[in-house]
Design a protein around this ligand. Structure first.
Ligand code: F6P
Length: 539
């Protein structure tokens, strides 16, 4: 179990509050004037992933105090507890060891004194052999991953991100929503005899996944008969018996343990659809990159430790500057599902208000994570980022090597990424706008009427990430980087990052409503819910 940490009772907290009133209001451009080499002291890199936090609204004194906060929270002890397999998921009594799924032979991860690596490596071998078998099976043209949440978002995001590594093999599709339109749209044009379904569900009870899996099974059986289920379905779950009851062949069922959280599970058999798309070699490279980030997180000194620093700048923004969201802007079309993936990873982990001591936390916790691929977002919501009344710290993610054969596009893409970070920081003063308008011959009345609208306040924080390339290894690092950032924030915020009780109530009520619609006696609901229930069932 992780020890409780009371942020507001810490020595650093008061100092950070004071700094927020002073340095927190200063402009980053002034910080640069005072220290032109600020970029050099506020960027770090590891294995082809560079992070530049020099455009954060953070002075040197603030950064040092944030590091003191981390020390007070005994973050290193917490990190060691995570890697040692302690049951840090305290409300479910489980270890949190997704790092074992990307570990190498010779690494040791123990749960209750038992080395989990032999079983991890065995399942990895079996699942990757299966994936390569699927890829070489000329009959299988399409693989459909049926899952939701962590059983969908991670595999979907990675599959899209590694588009360029799909060298032959089947096309990979994803069905998640319980809206039958999703399944219908995916199955449209697919042929049952050329399709493999992978039902991915940690619990194998999730309403959406089970409904889609049953409908997919009916679609297959209708065309090919019941026997076809054995050769056209595979399963990934911790609930092996339920997968068996569904009719999925044991040889095609890949298990994992409850110490892997759904939103952290893409590294194991949940990533089967990724491996079917990019092959076992590329999947192993993804794991290698993530493991490299694990090593960095464990060994890099605090002042160069990327997940730690990013977690601290996030806490500064959230708690001390009062910024409520974190916008994620990947300048890579292939990463267009990255914000959605990160939404679950971060918000399901750190969207909590009860402390590890069972008491309400007296401070802010997880920020709202949102975003969109650049440059698309620029033509949608950047107006608000630049001139809105609220400030949204941005993570801008760019990739140095082109991701397409259209090389001239890439230069434009990178120029936009850098330009947005610059614009967010420097803004545009009134005197600059007026001078520019005068130069263009605008009349004094026009200048008076329009110039205030063309002013950008600036001083809007961002962190810039530069990946050498978008390949499996670097992607693995990037994902693991965010996983560890989430861990550090949860640790300092004193919350339980690895449960998700907040999703239960809605699920239970939906089941209750379904039962009532199917004849069960009505339970008490509020008048609005009753009215909606009746209206939806009106002839
Ligand atoms: O949204 C709640 C949740 O439990 C997620 O944590 C999980 O990733 C998702 O549902 C799917 O769960 P399962 O893999 O058990 O179907």
């Amino acid at each position: 179990m992780l020890k409780s940490f009371h942020l507001k009772a810490s020595k650093s907290h008061q100092r950070l509050l004071d700094l927020a009133k002073t340095d927190g209001h200063r402009s980053v451009t002034d910080f640069f004037k005072e220290e032109p080499s600020r970029y050099h002291s506020m960027h770090a890199e590891t294995n082809g992933l560079m992070m530049d936090w020099s455009k954060q609204r953070i002075s040197k004194a603030t950064m040092e105090t944030l590091h003191e906060l981390a020390s007070e929270a005994r973050w290193q002890e917490g990190r060691d507890a995570l890697f040692s397999g302690c049951a840090i998921n305290q409300t479910e009594g489980r270890a949190v060891l997704h790092m074992a799924l990307r570990a190498e032979p010779g690494d040791t991860f123990k749960v209750d004194g038992e080395d989990v690596m032999p079983a991890v490596l065995e399942v990895r071998k079996a699942m990757l052999a299966f994936a390569d078998q699927v890829r070489s099976n000329v009959e299988i043209h399409n693989v459909v991953n049926i899952g939701i949440g962590g059983s969908d978002l991670g595999p979907l995001m990675v599959t899209k991100a590694l588009r360029r590594f799909h060298d032959g093999g089947p096309s990979i599709h994803f069905v998640s929503n319980v809206d039958g339109a999703h399944l219908e749209a995916v199955l449209d044009g697919l042929s049952p005899k050329n399709t493999l379904f992978i039902v991915v569900s940690k619990t194998f009870t999730t309403q959406e996944t089970m409904a889609n899996a049953m409908a997919a099974k009916a679609w297959l059986v209708d065309a090919l008969g019941t026997e076809a289920v054995r050769s056209h379905f595979a399963a990934v779950s911790t609930n092996l018996s339920a997968a068996g009851e569904f009719g999925i062949d044991e040889q095609r069922t890949f298990g994992f343990s409850d110490w892997v959280g759904g939103r952290y599970s893409l590294w194991g058999p949940v990533g089967l659809s990724i491996a079917c798309g990019v092959g076992s070699g590329n999947f192993k490279a993804l794991l290698k990159g993530a493991r490299a980030m694990d090593v960095h997180f464990q060994q890099a000194p605090d002042r160069e430790n990327l997940p730690l620093i990013s977690a601290l700048t996030g806490i500064w923004s959230r708690e001390y500057l009062g910024f409520e969201t974190q916008v994620v802007l990947p300048y890579a079309q292939d990463l267009d599902r990255f914000p959605a993936y990160l939404q679950q990873a971060d918000m399901e982990s750190n969207g909590k208000s009860t402390g590890r001591d069972g008491k309400p936390v007296p401070h802010a916790t997880g920020a709202v994570v949102w975003g969109e691929a650049g440059t698309n977002g620029q033509h949608a919501f950047y107006q608000l980022l630049h001139q809105g009344t609220s400030i949204h710290p941005a993570d801008i993610i760019a990739v140095k090597s082109p991701m397409s054969l259209h090389l001239e596009h890439h230069e434009k893409l990178l120029a936009n990424a850098i330009a947005q970070a610059e614009a967010l920081m420097v803004g545009r003063r009134s005197d600059q706008v007026i001078a520019e308008m005068q130069q263009k011959g605008a009349s004094p009345s026009e200048i008076e009427a329009v110039s205030p609208h063309r002013v950008f306040a600036g001083n809007r924080p961002s962190t810039f990430f530069l990946l050498d390339q978008l390949d499996p290894e670097t992607l693995g690092m990037l994902i693991a980087f965010y996983e560890h950032r989430i861990f550090v924030q949860g640790l300092i915020w004193n919350i339980c990052s690895y449960d998700q009780w907040g999703v239960e109530l809605g699920k239970n009520l939906a089941n209750q409503i379904l039962k009532e619609w199917n004849g069960e006696s009505p339970a008490p609901h509020d008048p609005s819910t009753n009215a909606l229930m009746q209206r939806m069932k009106q002839e």
